[in-house]
Write a protein that binds this ligand. Sequence first.
Ligand SMILES: Nc1ncnc2c1ncn2[C@@H]1O[C@H](COP(=O)(O)OP(=O)(O)OP(=O)(O)O)[C@@H](O)[C@H]1O
Ligand SMILES: [Mg+2]
Length: 226
Amino acid sequence: MKPLLQINEVTHTFHDGDFELTVLNKLSLQVNVGELVAVMGPSGSGKSTFLSIAGALLTPTGGEVTIAGVSLSGMKAQMLAELRLKRIGFIFQSANLVPYLKVKEQLLLVAKLAGMDAATAAKRAAELLERMGLTHRQQYYPDKLSGGEKQRVAIARAWMNSPSVLFADEPTASLDAMRGQDVVRMIAEEVKAEGKAAVMVTHDERVLPLCDRVMHLKDGALIEDR
Ligand SMILES: Nc1ncnc2c1ncn2[C@@H]1O[C@H](COP(=O)(O)OP(=O)(O)OP(=O)(O)O)[C@@H](O)[C@H]1O
Ligand SMILES: [Mg+2]
């Protein structure tokens, strides 16, 4: 199997004056094509730190992250930004939609930033909106959408540039059980349909059956649930 995400002995220590906190300690993880992996762990265990490092938003103090065969070690800021735009999708706990853009425009904007031509972008946006059940909402502004709809727009936007790996930090936190399962099912289906991979931080036990693997962050490393 081909790994889309490879994390090798990543360590992260926050320094704050004299104060030091090692949050991740030789954490390793490999995620293959078609896999949706859940990461659980108590508050403060380092889940968001881990996700930020895996998603190239934060550089670890030690170890190596490789995405779709490309190592992030020593990469310059501009290349990292390009990689984030084209290879990585990120869904935050709150959907983080742009308030003054309509649903369809949210998707077209990231495509434009990545240099996709307008016709290809329009076709891809239409397909994704259809798959997420949002076609009838494409001309809505975010403040007119329900919580579940907003999260689905965030997923569609994260998929727009066909990233190799999608990272989601508690994407169901603000949703009820049914909407939460819908959202995770959408992510699982996209991962399988497009041959991508996803890592999702979650506290929500009800979505675990939809994941291929469940990992627990403990003492700075990931342990698999079997
Ligand atoms: N920028 C930072 N500087 C210093 N310490 C930090 C920083 N970011 C996070 N921490 C600390 O690192 C630890 C892990 O934080 P993190 O946000 O990764 O936890 P988490 O598992 O995502 O928690 P939650 O479930 O509450 O979201 C916490 O003790 C936090 O205070
Ligand atoms: Mg967190």
